[in-house]
Design a protein around this ligand. Structure first.
Ligand SMILES: [Zn+2]
Ligand SMILES: [Zn+2]
Length: 173
């Protein structure tokens, strides 16, 4: 997984704004996690890092769009990403060797932040449980595999008929 470190030294108390638009890290992440995704619109992040006594507050947005198979019909679905980043990186997590995963690394003076790792985690948080091509996607017929958005099949009707007949002690011819 790509890492991209930025030094968080000499941050003003009000925070400093960063932006990240390197698209290659997304492709590498999808490849290494076996996710079938391609960029539809660049994924761009803008965020402010504010220093606190015990860590850094990161607030901003991650926006763009990716193309990925619909969970129901496997045709292309466009996933619009409009994600709010609200994340606290605790200094204590960075200094411990085990336990919490941290995107911070201590420098001689101050800390560095792995922007790629932090944004990857935000991207995963932004993914919905089900990605659909349309809200009303009919999916594939579990019996014959027909894409019910573009063709109809009679499997469901036949199953209902045979169930009805069976319940009356009859069987389909
Ligand atoms: Zn679909
Ligand atoms: Zn069918």
């Amino acid at each position: 997984m790509t890492e991209h470190w930025i030094a968080l030294t000499d941050l003003p108390a009000t925070g400093r704004e960063f932006s990240f638009a390197d698209q290659s890290m997304w492709q590498e992440g999808w490849r290494s996690f076996g996710m079938e995704m391609v960029l539809h619109r660049p994924l761009e992040a803008t965020f402010t890092v504010t220093p606190h006594r015990d860590g850094f507050l990161i607030r901003g947005t991650l926006c763009g769009a990716v193309r990925t198979p619909c969970h129901r019909c496997a045709e292309d679905a466009i996933l619009i990403v409009e994600h709010t980043i609200e994340e606290f990186e605790a200094v204590a997590d960075a200094l411990e060797n085990e336990g919490e995963i941290s995107h911070l690394r201590p420098l001689d003076r101050g800390f560095a932040l792995d922007v790629a790792g932090m944004l990857w985690e935000q991207f995963i948080l932004a993914l919905p449980a089900k990605i659909l091509c349309t809200e009303s996607c009919q999916g594939l017929c579990p019996i014959c595999g027909a894409n019910k958005n573009i063709e109809s099949c009679s499997c469901q009707a036949e199953t209902q008929l045979s169930q009805a007949l069976r319940s009356r002690g009859l069987s389909t011819p």
